[in-house]
Design a protein around this ligand. Structure first.
Ligand SMILES: Cc1cc2nc3c(=O)[nH]c(=O)nc-3n(C[C@H](O)[C@H](O)[C@H](O)COP(=O)(O)OP(=O)(O)OC[C@H]3O[C@@H](n4cnc5c(N)ncnc54)[C@H](O)[C@@H]3O)c2cc1C
Length: 385
């Protein structure tokens, strides 16, 4: 007698349920028949989208949201938690940055992205100051791996957000609460001050209406009026907030400093790696602070980067991708955190420092490939496609 698939695959019924939810509340995933299937697949997974900015508004003093509507096609579906890379020509440099989609996948009119202004940041300042309603921006299609997967993840989700790291979780929470999905979500949201917490009012409103959503704001620089949890998110704090540590899947999103701080805290809770999902929010602000950085090389040392017949100058503390872009050389990239491998290049000669967060495939490592979005020159180097 043949075994039934539902008995062989763990969480099979949860996956079936999730597919049914997507059909009911998400994009129309009806499979078309016929020769135009390829066109259909391209529309679902476009390499590039031309997006019109239809709304731009303040969320906090340093955070603005933008609504993006495709010009040439319908809005490709995505998983709550994914991002698009937004490309711009800023200060004469053609470059891009990933921004998580903060709207729900069930919102079929537009993608919302929510951008925090970064001191001296090229693209965040350009988006805040130069981009206006009506402008057209180019983006990639949706990408990224931090999303709920019913096959492997618990319906109990603990979302640990730092600052603008709230954006992928906002999408997950909007989807789960609007669709009354069968999830138990506990958001622990670390911010400097309450005024610095994008969308906290909306999150609290949703938590008040949905018993399966709990929101805890943790303030690191509180004034005397703050009577909630304070400091950084620690193992002790996670326990004290009543998290079901053993039964939940943990998702972490925020700046690298927060991720570095949280790693030993989560280790104290003995959470196995398979129950932790992480999203890096970009390359390090200052790579020379990395514990493994070679002390003898100061950040402003300059090296040459040879690419084809071009030789450019690069500072040790800037990524090879940034150096190429500053020299007017366009190269594919997507996550800009060393994870997705879209920017992969061969290191023909020389040495680079790769951030500890880089996820390089073993085969790529053996064959001498690097992710140029998170690789820094520490000698003269030559790279090739
Ligand atoms: C998957 C993903 C999703 C993201 N989602 C969001 C989101 O939803 N919202 C959001 O606000 N952000 C998000 N980010 C972060 C975002 O992509 C950008 O990194 C952020 O907006 C800063 O970009 P910028 O161009 O303004 O700053 P950059 O110009 O890249 O500068 C960043 C920092 O590095 C410093 N720096 C730059 N160049 C050098 C140099 N040569 N030497 C030394 N220091 C230097 C700058 O002073 C600045 O402090 C996400 C990142 C990832 C990877």
């Amino acid at each position: 007698m043949s075994a039934k698939i539902e008995n062989l695959v763990e969480n099979y019924s949860a996956v079936r349920e999730s597919v049914a939810n997507t059909k009911q509340y998400g994009p129309d995933v009806t499979k078309p028949q016929g020769p135009w299937l390829l066109d259909y697949v391209k529309q679902l997974h476009p390499r590039r989208l031309r997006m019109r900015v239809t709304e731009k508004f303040d969320v906090t003093e340093s955070v603005k949201s933008f609504h993006l509507v495709p010009v040439d096609q319908y809005l490709p579906p995505f998983q709550a938690g994914q991002y698009v890379q937004v490309m711009v020509d800023a200060e004469g440099i053609h470059t891009g940055r990933p921004y998580s989609i903060s709207s729900s996948p069930a919102q079929r009119g537009y993608y919302e992205i929510t951008v925090r202004r970064k001191d001296d940041g090229l693209v965040s300042n350009f988006l805040h100051d130069q981009v206006q309603v009506g402008d057209i921006l180019t983006t990639t299609g949706p990408a990224g791996h931090i999303y709920f997967n019913p096959l492997f993840h618990s319906k109990k989700q603990v979302l640990l957000a730092g600052g603008s790291g709230i954006t992928p979780f906002l999408s997950m929470i909007r989807e789960a609460t609007d669709g009354n999905l069968d999830r138990e979500i506990h958001l622990i949201y670390g911010c400097r001050t309450p005024d610095d917490a994008p969308y906290i009012e909306e999150l609290r409103r949703r938590a008040a209406m949905h018993p399966n959503l709990k929101v805890d704001l943790v303030i690191s620089e509180p004034d005397e009026s703050w009577d909630g949890p304070q400091g950084f998110i620690t193992a002790e704090l996670i326990r004290s907030l009543g998290v079901d540590v053993e039964g939940s899947t943990f998702y972490i999103c925020g700046p690298q400093a927060m991720q570095a701080f949280l790693a030993p805290e989560l280790a104290k809770l003995n959470i196995p790696g398979k129950r932790i999902r992480r999203e890096m929010f970009g390359a390090a602000d200052d790579i020379t602070q990395d514990a493994a950085w070679p002390e003898e090389i100061s950040g402003d040392t300059r090296f040459t980067v040879k690419y084809g017949d071009q030789v450019i100058s690069a500072s040790a503390d800037e990524t090879i991708l940034t150096a190429l872009e500053k020299a007017g050389i366009r190269h594919e990239s997507c996550c800009r955190s060393g994870e997705c491998s879209a920017c992969r290049m061969k290191l023909v000669s020389g040495s680079v420092f790769q951030a500890s967060t880089v996820l390089l495939r073993r085969a790529d490592m053996k064959a001498g490939y690097i992710h140029v979005c998170a690789s820094y020159p520490i000698s003269d180097v030559e790279v090739a496609d």
